[in-house]
Design a protein around this ligand. Sequence first.
Ligand SMILES: C[S@@+](CC[C@H](N)C(=O)[O-])C[C@H]1O[C@@H](n2cnc3c(N)ncnc32)[C@H](O)[C@@H]1O
Length: 257
Amino acid sequence: MNWNPDHYHLYTDHRLRPALDLLGQVALASPMVIYDLGCGTGHVTSLLSKRWNTAIVTGIDTSEEMLDRARQDHPSIEWKNEDIRDFNPASKANLIFSNAALHWLDDHEELFPRLISQLRPGGVFAVQMPNNFTAPSHSLLFDLAGTDRWFDKLGHLVRPAPVHNINWYYDLLSAYEGNLNIWETTYFQVLKGKNAVLEWTRSTALRPFLAALEGEDIKAFEQEYAERLLEAYPLKRDGSTIYPFSRLFIVLELAEE
Ligand SMILES: C[S@@+](CC[C@H](N)C(=O)[O-])C[C@H]1O[C@@H](n2cnc3c(N)ncnc32)[C@H](O)[C@@H]1O
């Protein structure tokens, strides 16, 4: 799936805030080896590198478009085109950080323990994932893709919500010796512009659906989705749109041996 760095940066402030909230809960003093999984354009990776400026920081992603931007903007950081599913670094990590990426992967029951196994004793696994899959922005998209008109072309893209509830992650991760900090926040995002929620999802959830369509279908699907969104997220009198967005956070700090 192609990513568009420019479009992803359209709502930078809203997308950055949860990353900073996550970062604020990582108490490591001087980690030596840091990986940012699903680093995208590397903006958040560069903040990790600034905060821990003696650490070796590596950003990992599978999108060449996003990595190109990362390389261009932050040449001193190491960037690697690698699938998170194959993450098996030569040097174990003091910090594995992942902001808004692991929800693109399924099977967290197998994935999370495997990622955590790449930490050194005392290491930290810090993750933020959107947990908005039952919100109208997503349910309307999946409902529309499941209609007779679109099912043949888009039905295969409707997948079960990849993110589990907070209790599920607690049960999975509380087995580790150390300290588990886990929470969920709904950001009451005030977005500017026409069809703001459509513009938001265009660079994330909607991308695979548009990528599977061609020609006139793209416009037609987008228009139907936009109409449904406008009903669910009506414009406020001042022209803004309120888009509540839930996110789940995990900071697991492993015990020192
Ligand atoms: C929403 S962006 C988040 C980027 C960045 N972490 C940030 O906070 O700005 C999600 C990123 O995850 C990457 N991604 C998705 N699945 C991946 C996978 N299996 N392996 C590596 N990267 C992946 C995408 O290419 C994309 O750049």
